[in-house]
Write a protein of this length. Structure first.
Length: 190
Protein backbone atom coordinates (compact mmCIF):
# COMPACT_ATOMS: atom_id res chain seq x y z
CA UNK A 1 0.00 0.00 0.00
CA UNK A 2 1.30 3.43 -0.91
CA UNK A 3 1.64 6.20 1.66
CA UNK A 4 -0.39 8.33 -0.76
CA UNK A 5 -3.59 6.86 -2.19
CA UNK A 6 -4.77 7.35 -5.75
CA UNK A 7 -7.82 9.22 -4.43
CA UNK A 8 -5.63 11.64 -2.44
CA UNK A 9 -3.37 12.31 -5.42
CA UNK A 10 -6.34 12.70 -7.77
CA UNK A 11 -7.89 15.27 -5.40
CA UNK A 12 -4.62 17.16 -4.85
CA UNK A 13 -3.98 17.38 -8.60
CA UNK A 14 -7.59 18.23 -9.39
CA UNK A 15 -7.61 15.88 -12.39
CA UNK A 16 -10.94 14.18 -11.68
CA UNK A 17 -11.28 11.01 -13.73
CA UNK A 18 -9.13 12.28 -16.60
CA UNK A 19 -6.35 9.74 -15.89
CA UNK A 20 -6.77 6.02 -15.08
CA UNK A 21 -6.05 4.74 -11.58
CA UNK A 22 -3.07 2.71 -12.84
CA UNK A 23 -1.34 5.87 -14.09
CA UNK A 24 -1.81 7.66 -10.79
CA UNK A 25 -0.86 4.53 -8.81
CA UNK A 26 2.48 4.39 -10.64
CA UNK A 27 3.18 7.95 -9.43
CA UNK A 28 2.21 7.00 -5.84
CA UNK A 29 4.53 3.98 -6.03
CA UNK A 30 7.38 6.11 -7.42
CA UNK A 31 6.91 8.56 -4.53
CA UNK A 32 7.22 5.69 -2.05
CA UNK A 33 10.31 4.39 -3.86
CA UNK A 34 11.93 7.81 -3.44
CA UNK A 35 10.83 8.24 0.19
CA UNK A 36 11.12 4.83 1.87
CA UNK A 37 14.93 4.45 1.65
CA UNK A 38 15.30 7.54 3.85
CA UNK A 39 13.07 6.23 6.66
CA UNK A 40 14.65 4.56 9.66
CA UNK A 41 13.94 0.82 9.66
CA UNK A 42 15.10 -2.10 11.78
CA UNK A 43 17.31 -3.57 9.06
CA UNK A 44 20.93 -3.96 8.10
CA UNK A 45 22.63 -4.33 4.70
CA UNK A 46 24.09 -7.78 3.99
CA UNK A 47 27.48 -7.35 2.28
CA UNK A 48 28.48 -11.02 1.87
CA UNK A 49 27.40 -14.57 2.58
CA UNK A 50 28.73 -18.11 2.54
CA UNK A 51 27.74 -21.50 3.86
CA UNK A 52 28.98 -24.78 5.22
CA UNK A 53 26.41 -27.46 4.48
CA UNK A 54 23.04 -26.06 5.47
CA UNK A 55 24.48 -23.38 7.79
CA UNK A 56 24.47 -20.04 6.00
CA UNK A 57 26.46 -17.12 7.35
CA UNK A 58 25.46 -13.55 6.49
CA UNK A 59 28.10 -10.82 6.88
CA UNK A 60 27.72 -7.11 7.71
CA UNK A 61 30.05 -4.08 7.63
CA UNK A 62 28.88 -2.81 11.02
CA UNK A 63 28.74 -4.60 14.37
CA UNK A 64 25.42 -6.42 14.74
CA UNK A 65 25.72 -8.28 18.04
CA UNK A 66 23.49 -5.65 19.71
CA UNK A 67 21.03 -5.58 16.78
CA UNK A 68 20.23 -9.26 16.22
CA UNK A 69 19.98 -12.17 18.66
CA UNK A 70 19.82 -15.98 18.58
CA UNK A 71 16.25 -17.18 18.07
CA UNK A 72 15.12 -13.96 16.37
CA UNK A 73 13.13 -14.19 13.14
CA UNK A 74 14.47 -11.99 10.34
CA UNK A 75 13.37 -11.45 6.77
CA UNK A 76 16.24 -11.82 4.32
CA UNK A 77 15.84 -10.28 0.88
CA UNK A 78 18.05 -9.77 -2.18
CA UNK A 79 20.64 -12.25 -0.88
CA UNK A 80 19.92 -15.19 -3.20
CA UNK A 81 17.12 -17.74 -3.29
CA UNK A 82 18.75 -20.10 -0.80
CA UNK A 83 19.01 -17.31 1.80
CA UNK A 84 15.89 -15.22 1.10
CA UNK A 85 12.77 -15.54 3.24
CA UNK A 86 11.94 -15.50 6.92
CA UNK A 87 14.72 -17.23 8.82
CA UNK A 88 15.60 -17.86 12.46
CA UNK A 89 19.05 -16.78 13.64
CA UNK A 90 21.03 -19.70 15.07
CA UNK A 91 24.29 -17.90 16.02
CA UNK A 92 25.47 -14.28 16.24
CA UNK A 93 29.02 -12.93 15.96
CA UNK A 94 30.25 -9.33 15.93
CA UNK A 95 29.85 -8.89 12.14
CA UNK A 96 27.78 -11.93 11.12
CA UNK A 97 24.99 -14.29 12.01
CA UNK A 98 24.07 -17.84 10.99
CA UNK A 99 20.80 -19.20 9.62
CA UNK A 100 19.70 -22.53 8.16
CA UNK A 101 19.69 -22.55 4.34
CA UNK A 102 18.72 -25.02 1.63
CA UNK A 103 22.30 -25.32 0.35
CA UNK A 104 23.68 -28.82 -0.07
CA UNK A 105 27.28 -27.88 -0.86
CA UNK A 106 29.83 -25.60 0.79
CA UNK A 107 30.37 -22.08 -0.59
CA UNK A 108 33.07 -19.70 0.64
CA UNK A 109 32.30 -16.16 1.75
CA UNK A 110 31.50 -13.99 -1.27
CA UNK A 111 30.11 -10.51 -1.86
CA UNK A 112 26.41 -9.84 -2.28
CA UNK A 113 26.04 -7.13 -4.91
CA UNK A 114 23.93 -5.09 -4.67
CA UNK A 115 23.68 -5.53 -0.93
CA UNK A 116 20.96 -7.74 0.48
CA UNK A 117 18.85 -6.85 3.51
CA UNK A 118 18.27 -8.46 6.90
CA UNK A 119 15.12 -6.96 8.42
CA UNK A 120 13.89 -7.60 11.95
CA UNK A 121 10.53 -6.67 13.43
CA UNK A 122 9.60 -3.04 12.89
CA UNK A 123 8.01 -1.12 15.73
CA UNK A 124 6.55 1.76 13.72
CA UNK A 125 3.97 1.91 10.94
CA UNK A 126 4.94 4.88 8.79
CA UNK A 127 1.67 4.69 6.84
CA UNK A 128 -0.16 6.00 9.93
CA UNK A 129 2.02 9.09 10.41
CA UNK A 130 0.52 12.26 8.87
CA UNK A 131 3.93 13.87 8.21
CA UNK A 132 5.04 10.83 6.18
CA UNK A 133 1.76 10.79 4.27
CA UNK A 134 2.13 14.51 3.45
CA UNK A 135 5.76 14.05 2.39
CA UNK A 136 4.72 11.22 0.07
CA UNK A 137 1.94 13.35 -1.41
CA UNK A 138 4.36 16.24 -2.00
CA UNK A 139 6.78 13.93 -3.81
CA UNK A 140 3.95 12.45 -5.87
CA UNK A 141 2.79 15.93 -6.90
CA UNK A 142 6.37 16.82 -7.91
CA UNK A 143 6.69 13.63 -9.94
CA UNK A 144 3.35 14.28 -11.64
CA UNK A 145 4.31 17.85 -12.46
CA UNK A 146 7.62 16.73 -13.94
CA UNK A 147 5.88 14.12 -16.08
CA UNK A 148 3.68 16.83 -17.56
CA UNK A 149 6.62 19.09 -18.36
CA UNK A 150 9.17 18.62 -21.11
CA UNK A 151 11.95 20.42 -19.26
CA UNK A 152 12.18 18.58 -15.94
CA UNK A 153 10.37 21.45 -14.24
CA UNK A 154 7.26 20.94 -12.16
CA UNK A 155 4.03 22.06 -13.73
CA UNK A 156 0.83 22.83 -11.85
CA UNK A 157 -2.42 21.33 -13.18
CA UNK A 158 -3.28 24.73 -14.69
CA UNK A 159 -0.08 24.64 -16.78
CA UNK A 160 1.99 27.17 -14.84
CA UNK A 161 5.55 26.27 -13.89
CA UNK A 162 5.91 25.80 -10.14
CA UNK A 163 9.63 25.02 -9.84
CA UNK A 164 12.68 24.31 -11.93
CA UNK A 165 14.29 20.86 -11.85
CA UNK A 166 11.72 19.26 -9.56
CA UNK A 167 13.38 15.83 -9.79
CA UNK A 168 16.81 17.10 -8.73
CA UNK A 169 18.65 16.22 -5.55
CA UNK A 170 16.43 18.82 -3.86
CA UNK A 171 13.37 16.53 -4.02
CA UNK A 172 13.94 15.05 -0.56
CA UNK A 173 15.45 18.32 0.68
CA UNK A 174 12.09 20.06 0.23
CA UNK A 175 10.37 17.62 2.58
CA UNK A 176 13.19 17.01 5.06
CA UNK A 177 11.38 19.06 7.72
CA UNK A 178 8.45 16.64 7.63
CA UNK A 179 10.78 13.63 7.71
CA UNK A 180 13.28 14.87 10.32
CA UNK A 181 12.12 12.67 13.23
CA UNK A 182 11.97 9.58 11.01
CA UNK A 183 15.12 9.85 8.85
CA UNK A 184 17.58 6.97 9.13
CA UNK A 185 20.94 8.44 10.22
CA UNK A 186 22.64 6.14 7.71
CA UNK A 187 20.78 7.87 4.84
CA UNK A 188 22.32 11.26 5.67
CA UNK A 189 25.91 10.40 4.73
CA UNK A 190 27.37 12.66 2.06
Amino acid sequence: MSYTTVAELRTALGVGTLYPDATLQSVCDAADNALIPFLWKNEQPIVAHGNTGTVGTLYFNTPIEDVFYVGQSVTISNAGTKYNGTKTITAVDKYSFDITTTHTSDNPRHTVAPYGTAAAETYIDYSTIPAIQEASLMIAISIWGSRQSNSGSAMAPDGTMTQMYAMSNQLIGRIRGLLAPYIDPRSMVG
